[in-house]
Write a protein that binds this ligand. Structure first.
Ligand code: FES
Length: 111
């Protein structure tokens, strides 16, 4: 079980467990996080859509955009920005780093 405190780096999975153009959901502390791998780079955002309650990891990932399965909003996984409605707010983006082959995400607790 993962635990996290504000601003802590948390290891979520091995880098080689995440393939290009793939996303995987995780829970870290109080946060639901989704990892994305795009062209070898790893990105992380909150997994809950900013429009209503749906998990982005249940949607679709294509060309660096994740599409919400409920109403079709799209977010840029590199920034968290909403690029297609009905969502008009971004999802939180988390910093990522690779340490000893593990993907780590800097988690901030939900406010
Ligand atoms: S819940 Fe994601 S677009 Fe509505």
């Amino acid at each position: 079980m993962l635990t996290a405190t504000a601003g802590n780096w948390v290891a979520l999975c091995r880098l080689d467990a995440l393939q290009d153009d793939e996303m995987q959901p995780f829970e870290a502390g109080s946060r639901r996080v989704v990892l994305y791998r795009i062209a070898g780079e790893v990105y992380a955002t909150d997994n809950v859509c900013s429009h209503a309650f749906a998990l982005l990891s249940d949607g679709w990932l294509e060309d660096g955009l994740v599409e919400c399965p409920l109403h079709g909003a799209q977010f840029d996984v590199t920034t968290g920005a909403a690029v297609r409605g009905p969502a008009d707010c971004p999802v939180e983006r988390f910093e990522t780093r690779i340490q000893d082959g593990m993907v780590e995400v800097r988690i901030t607790e939900a406010g």
